[in-house]
Structures are given as C-alpha cells and as structure tokens.
Design a protein around this ligand. Structure first.
Ligand SMILES: C[S@@+](CC[C@H](N)C(=O)[O-])C[C@H]1O[C@@H](n2cnc3c(N)ncnc32)[C@H](O)[C@@H]1O
Length: 196
C-alpha cells in the first residue's frame, strides 16, 4: 500500500475534479506582482489544470502551462488558448531568457529537486523579467495541517518558509522581495535588465 501510494501521481488522479474542489485564486495580486503586460508571454510552472493561467490569460500575449502531470495538462488543454507543456520544473525545456514573466502558484512545495528548479527558473527568465512564486505559509497552523495531510498521503511535499525560499533564488543579478498575506506569501524575483 505504502509503495503503491508513493509511486502514485496524486495530481493525475485528482485532475478531473481538481478545479471543482480547489478554489481561491489571487489573480489581481499575481497580475500586479508579476507586472503582466499584453506584450509578454507567461510561463506558469506547475500550472496544473490551467486554473490560474486561465485567469491571467487576458493580461498577457499567451500562456504556456508547464506541468509534469499528463492528467492535469489534459484539463488545461480543454480550456483552450493555453499552451500545455509536459516537463519537470527541474529541467525546463526552453532556452535561456525565454520568458519575461513566470509564475509558480501553490506548486513549489511539490517539486522534489527545489534548488535545481530555482536555478532553471532563473535561467529561463529574461533580463528585466519577473518571477512570482506563491506558496502557503508553513508558519501558519492551517498550513501545518495541510502539510500533515499531504505527508499522510505520501505526497512528499516540502514547504519552505519565506526566508528559505528567498535563499534559493539569491543571485547577483536579481532583486527579491516578499509579500505576505495569510495564509500565503509571494516571493517576487526581478532579474536585472543588464543581462549576465
Ligand atoms: C497544487 S497543484 C497547483 C496547480 C496550479 N498551479 C494551481 O494553483 O491550480 C501543484 C502542481 O504542481 C505539479 N508539479 C509537481 N511537481 C512538479 C515538477 N517537478 N515539475 C512540474 N510540475 C510539478 C503537479 O503535477 C500539480 O499539477
């Protein structure tokens, strides 16, 4: 049972009913923090069913929803207008500096190789671009309960506190700030426009 649960992709199973169960989205906040414009393509990493991407779509030129779960991406494809891409965040299939805007919403704690994913996100972000990572704040009791539930379900989630997430993105050519509103926080990474 334990081995079976460990091998299971929970999101493939949840995909058909995910949007009906998971509610709440900070579209306006994401739009503002990422500085979205209709000039830019947006990459939504761990974008799942495209629940967030669909809300952000009117404010950008186009959206690529990247996820490792085929089931979740099938739901994103049904929505139309979103470009699904099956890949892991740890090895993004794009050239350096491809995207001016990137979001990662409620997904970073599900990524197994977090330092590798952070490096990849910085690599594909273009100079002058911005990356916004939205995460549940593990310092909050309600989020601790969610983390416990995910641990019991063998989801292998790893929630980071804001300071630890900031450290993963620390680099000489970025400016980072944190915005908090319980039960979530947002790490906003802006890459210098001068390039490397
Ligand atoms: C809680 S869902 C969030 C989906 C979407 N961002 C939203 O807010 O509706 C987390 C998503 O992250 C994806 N995911 C987990 N690990 C990943 C990885 N290493 N690379 C890409 N996607 C991943 C899962 O398949 C799942 O679709």
């Amino acid at each position: 049972m334990r081995r079976w649960l460990g091998a299971l992709d929970h999101f493939d199973v949840a995909a058909p009913f995910y949007d009906r169960v998971i509610r709440g989205q900070a579209i306006d906040r994401l739009r503002e923090l990422a500085g979205l414009t209709t000039e830019d393509w947006l990459l939504d990493v761990g974008g799942g069913t495209g629940r967030i991407a669909e809300g952000l779509r009117p404010y950008v030129k186009g959206v690529c929803v990247l996820d490792r779960s085929p089931g979740m991406l099938r739901e994103a494809a049904i929505k139309g207008e979103l470009v699904p891409c099956r890949a892991g965040a740890e090895a993004l299939p794009f050239a350096a500096s491809t995207f001016a805007k990137i979001v990662v919403v409620d997904a970073f704690h599900h990524i197994q190789e977090q330092p590798a994913a952070a490096r990849e996100l910085l690599r594909v972000l273009s100079p002058g671009g911005s990356l916004v990572v939205e995460e549940p704040d593990i310092r909050r009791p309600s989020v601790k309960l969610v983390a416990l539930g995910e641990a019991i379900a063998l989801m292998r989630s790893r929630f980071l506190e804001p300071s630890a997430l900031v450290q993963l993105f620390a680099a000489s050519d970025v400016c980072i700030r944190v915005v908090e509103q319980a039960p979530n926080f947002w790490v906003v990474v802006e890459k210098s426009g001068l390039g490397r």
